[in-house]
Design a protein around this ligand. Structure first.
Ligand code: MGD
Ligand code: MGD
Ligand code: SF4
Ligand code: MO
Length: 744
């Protein structure tokens, strides 16, 4: 019998509550944690298998240095000294634009981010790259314009909605809202509620739908423009809402008048009457909507996000009960960037800009391979696996080869770590204090800080501490008086006072704050991440304190400390705040407090969305007659977080899904090995015939193609994606990759 710990799952953004039994320092049993207020006992098969993430043969124990093409174990001191010296030389010779930090996009561990970002800033760089820049860039950019800040992403008020419109989201497998399968099934079973799914496949979610619009891939803009046009023509628009809650509508209204809806829907291969019924239901009922990678990674991604805001606003469904609401947060998912501000960097080779502080990983290979004198020469990777995760593995391999310095801090010897000059071993989410800032609850704001439940079996460190030690070697941390260390040992109250005194006398303190907290309070608490959490709560914005009062905390100067203590006292997580559900509009941060519906930069693209132009643009080249959906998220993958394939034993985990009609036209049979070829390259994979596929549309899951114990497991879909197949925000168009399939 081991010890049972309350913790959370680190395999997707829901971070469901888990009870994990540990014996002899290994996870031996996992159960859902019913006391977790966010997941309420929900868990999926990935969470149940999290031991395969924690314990695997690729785990790293010691710092490694590549010498003559082979890794050698070195000490932390040597690793950090050498990395710091090389960074100083590179940045000294080529300037801060030669350095990029690639980190901070993880599913379960966000506490490294303040350290990694400060390290990057301390070196004078603005180049942070992460997963956020390959899925949400267009959507968050749009929201910056319409809602006022790029981090104010909205979601459906799913418990109070009567009609849920789902576009390009397969929540039955991917979740993306707490307890998604439970919530979707509840709506589906309720005779008074309507579930509408827009998806080319008969996805697991589409199977539950009352109405399934089996759309032709890549034509969502035509559908969205049609929905808005129908609603305006029928007079189903919410005129009061448009007049009182929005601005700019008059300038865009004409784009939906006289639009040829019937011609548009013909290109989408959808039936007019069914789409009209969807428009009526969405406009006239208590409706909400949710969209995801089918849109984010599809054609016209940013424009579609814009059209979705217009659709919600036209029907008065944003910031209202049962509609789409903007949840609160303990900490926003990132800053709001403004590429119009001259101080915001653009990249030198591709002129790319950040969204929520993050640059798009798709452009990194070009930024390294460029001949520009300010090109990237040194990259520090933490908690991401670009070589397998981001578009175009081949381009990444070539680019990383050219770097003067590649350092990867990782749990495991990943494909990215394997290409690095130095590899630094990090503790997992179960060996560290860590948590996330995903804001998926409403109106309550939930937070869980996971505590270490497993002892590291080597020299692994908390990821934030690795950044801190590197910053120290680089001279980025100002001198800290002994009195601050003593105060930290004495009490947090004494420390708060001493820190305040120090901060006013040391001008460099503010910018190095996470490091100072980590070195002092972190030492006393045994975790730099925990010290960062304490620090965040002391300087939180007023709105967070107002929300905390609504959740029952007493207002006053000690509030940050009170919240911190409540978090420590609640390993299962705790409600740290509540936003006012009666006034969700208070979340909107535009100058006039209204939803801004005019985005001039997108109007040309909007104008181009009509039947004939789109039909021409959708025409596939003769050599690539099929559309590949490059990267389905299913219950047999967890991004690249599972390295030991044993958790999928006996399952057909990585296949190419194809409709039987396509297969018979190509004379292919189920279970045979086929070759898939795109402009980027080719991969061989097992064929799976299924009626759930749409004719002309084939699908490969992402996250496979790893080599474990010398054996390659599944196909790496990013050998098939080209990093240049991207939009104006740098987002890969993974949902529309022209390809061909042939027998091997
Ligand atoms: N099991 C599992 N769950 C996960 C993950 C995982 O790896 N495994 N990863 C997590 C992460 S990081 C993310 S971002 C999410 C992603 O979660 P989702 O976005 O739900 O994942 P996808 O599998 O891309 O599903 C999107 C749906 O879009 C549909 N689609 C494809 N092309 C089009 C199109 O042109 N138009 C429309 N309307 N739909 C289209 C697909 O058929 C698919 O059903 O999943 C998260 N959850
Ligand atoms: N073609 C295609 N590619 C895709 C997708 C697709 O649909 N199609 N989906 C994309 C999406 S939506 C996403 S979000 C990305 C995800 O891809 P990535 O951003 O690469 O993220 P993960 O695969 O979740 O994890 C990467 C690494 O983080 C490490 N890690 C986990 N926790 C810690 C920690 O605490 N410290 C450190 N140092 N390391 C840690 C893990 O060992 C793992 O190797 O993949 C994308 N890739
Ligand atoms: S993978 Fe996601 S949905 Fe599944 S248990 Fe983990 S956090 Fe919950
Ligand atoms: Mo993602």
């Amino acid at each position: 019998m081991g010890t049972i710990h309350k913790t959370g799952c680190v395999l997707c953004a829901q971070n469901c509550g888990l009870e994990i039994e540990v014996e002899n320092n290994r996870i031996i049993k996992v159960k859902p944690d019913k006391s977790n207020a966010k997941s309420e006992g929900y868990v999926c098969r990935k969470g149940m298998n999290v031991a395969y993430h924690q314990h695997n043969a690729d785990r790293l124990k010691y710092p490694l240095k590549k010498v003559n093409g082979k890794f050698e174990r070195i000490s932390w001191d040597q690793a950090l000294d050498e990395i710091a010296a090389k960074l100083k030389t590179i940045i000294g010779q080529h300037g801060p634009r030669s350095f990029a930090y690639m980190g901070g996009g993880g599913q379960g561990c966000h506490f490294e981010v303040p350290f990694g970002v400060r390290l990057m800033r301390g070196l004078g760089s603005q180049y942070q790259y992460s997963a956020l820049g390959q899925e949400f860039a267009g959507a968050f950019w749009v929201i910056g314009r319409t809602h006022g800040k790029q981090y104010l992403h909205d979601g459906p008020d799913v418990d109070h909605t009567d009609v849920l419109l789902v576009i390009g989201w397969n929540g039955m497998q991917s979740h993306q809202i707490p307890q998604a399968p439970r919530k979707l099934q509840r709506i589906s079973k309720d005779k008074d509620k309507v579930l509408i799914v827009v998806d080319p496949r008969i996805s697991e979610t589409a199977k539950l739908a009352d109405i399934h619009l089996r759309i032709r891939p890549g034509t969502d803009s035509l559908l969205l423009r049609s929905l808005i046009a129908i609603i305006l023509k029928e007079g189903w628009d919410n005129k009061d809402y448009l007049a009182n809650r929005t601005s700019g509508f008059d300038a865009v209204k004409s784009y939906f008048e006289n639009f040829d809806v019937r011609a548009a829907l013909k290109v989408c291969e959808l039936d007019f009457d069914t789409v009209r019924e969807v428009a009526r239901l969405y406009a006239t009922r208590k409706s909400s909507l949710r969209y995801d990678l089918g849109i984010y990674m599809g054609r016209h991604s940013g424009l579609n996000s814009y059209l979705i805001v217009i659709l919600m606003a036209v029907c008065g469904r944003l910031c209202v009960e049962g509609g789409n609401i903007i949840p609160g947060h303990l900490m926003p998912i990132g800053p709001s960037s403004d590429e119009r501000d001259a101080k915001t960097w653009r990249t030198v080779a591709t002129n790319s800009f950040p969204v929520c502080g993050v640059f798009p990983p798709n452009v990194m290979p070009e930024e390294i391979l460029s001949d520009h004198p300010d090109r990237l020469r040194a990259v520090f990777v933490t908690g991401l696996n670009p070589v397998r995760s981001y578009a175009d593995t081949t381009a990444y391999e070539k680019a990383f080869e050219r770097l003067d310095l590649l350092v990867t801090a990782e749990l495991a010897m990943t494909e990215t770590a394997a290409l690095s000059h130095y590899v630094l071993p990090s503790r997992t989410g179960y060996e560290s204090w860590d948590g996330t800032f995903f804001p998926f609850t409403y109106p309550g704001i939930y937070f869980q800080m996971r505590r270490p439940i497993i002892e590291p079996d080597g020299e692994q460190k908390e990821q934030g501490e690795i950044d801190l030690l590197l910053a120290d070697k680089l001279g980025l941390i100002p001198p800290i008086p002994e009195s601050l260390y003593q105060a930290a040992d004495e009490s947090r109250a004494a420390f708060a006072k001493a820190l305040m005194e120090y901060a006013v006398t040391e001008p460099k303190a503010l910018k190095a704050m996470p490091f100072i907290l980590g070195k002092t309070l972190g030492k006393a608490l045994g975790s730099v991440h925990l010290a960062a959490l304490w620090g965040m709560l002391q300087v939180a914005p007023k709105s967070l304190y107002q929300n905390a009062v609504r959740a029952g905390f007493s207002s006053g100067p000690a509030m940050g400390e009170e919240i911190f203590q409540a978090i420590l006292d609640s390993p299962e997580g705790v409600w740290v705040g509540k936003i006012d559900p009666a006034d969700n509009f208070a979340q909107v941060k535009t100058d006039d407090g209204r939803i801004n519906l005019l985005i001039p930069e997108l109007l040309d693209e909007l104008r181009s969305i009509e039947a004939a132009k789109e039909e021409a643009a959708l025409t596939l080249p003769a050599e690539f007659p099929l559309v590949l959906m490059a990267g389905k998220h299913i219950d047999k993958n967890a991004n690249t977080l599972m390295r030991d394939p044993a958790w999928n034993e006996g399952r057909r985990a990585c296949t190419l899904a194809m409709h039987p009609d396509d297969a018979s036209a190509l004379n292919l049979k189920d279970a045979q090995t086929v070759r898939v070829t795109t402009e980027a390259g080719s991969e061989t994979i097992e064929l799976e015939l299924t009626d759930t596929a749409r004719p002309g549309h084939v699908v490969i899951p992402h996250g496979f193609g790893l080599v474990y114990d010398g054996v390659k497991y599944g196909a790496n879909v990013n050998r098939l994606t080209k990093n240049t197949n991207r939009d104006q925000f740098g987002t890969p168009i993974h949902r529309y990759v022209p390809c061909r399939v042939e027998a091997v």
